[in-house]
Ligand binder design. Structure first.
Ligand SMILES: O=C(O)CCC(=O)C(=O)O
Length: 236
């Protein structure tokens, strides 16, 4: 799923745009499930809500997503958080909201967000912006420019079904949707098994555990990987 050059580009730049992670009928099913869950569960929609629904339970093991995460975290891959974000038409969110999801000294990713787009990310729909290479070091985006474009930013223009993988330490921002349509994204956030999941103190939905195989139980932090957790073995 990730050849050596792509993986190197991701590690160096801090982000990677993967086309057509979802397509055809599968994309349509996920788009429909997004709308239904948003309606029935209500925002904020996080893992405790998403992991009740079969389409979203299955998505955490979708090979074009999981295999890329496993190329970094190996058998220690865990799902840390899982969200839906949705901007309605003509949104009034700021044009930028720069932040890092995670900050810890070191270049190598400890967690990676997968942003899976359900709508075309044009300039008007407010694409994701990243500052390539900014995952290195510990500096936060400048406070005085938090809501402004940055000189070295890059917009990720994605098609529905594309995903961008971001080292969660990278400076990034969502854009503002000025179109008459929706801006819908699914955020599958993975990291090392030895990190605590978000909401680790609350029970996971029983639906996610029912008939779950070994891989899913590990992803959910329920079953410990069979190997030493403190060794770096990305290809295991
Ligand atoms: O929606 C986006 O483009 C980015 C969202 C974001 O900033 C985040 O998930 O931390």
């Amino acid at each position: 799923m990730w050849n050596a050059a792509e993986k190197t580009a991701f590690l160096e730049q801090g982000y990677y745009h993967a086309p057509a992670v979802l397509s055809g009928k599968y994309l349509e099913a996920v788009q429909a499930a997004f709308d239904q869950v948003w309606e029935t569960e209500g925002p904020p929609v996080n893992q405790l809500k998403l992991l009740k629904h079969p389409v979203f339970i299955d998505l955490i093991e979708h090979p074009p997503i999981l295999e890329r995460q496993r190329a970094i975290f190996g058998h220690q891959t865990q799902l840390l958080q899982y969200d839906l974000l949705r901007q309605g038409p003509h949104s009034n969110t700021p044009e930028r909201s720069w932040h890092r999801d995670f900050a810890f000294p070191g270049d190598y990713p400890l967690s990676i967000n997968t942003i899976l787009y359900l709508d075309e990310m044009t300039a008007e729909r407010g694409p994701t912006f990243v500052v390539p290479g900014s995952h290195r070091g510990t500096a936060q985006p400048p406070v005085e420019q938090r809501h402004q474009p940055l000189a070295d930013e890059l917009a990720v223009y994605a098609q529905p079904g594309d995903a961008v993988f971001i080292n969660s330490a990278i400076w990034h921002s969502g854009g503002c949707n000025t179109t008459g349509g929706l801006r819908r994204g699914i955020y599958l956030y993975y990291g090392y098994w030895w990190l605590k999941r978000y909401e680790f103190d609350r029970p996971l939905p029983w639906q996610a555990l029912q008939n779950a195989g070994e891989q899913r139980l590990r992803l959910l932090g329920v079953k410990m990987p069979a190997w030493d957790l403190h060794q770096y073995t990305p290809d295991a």
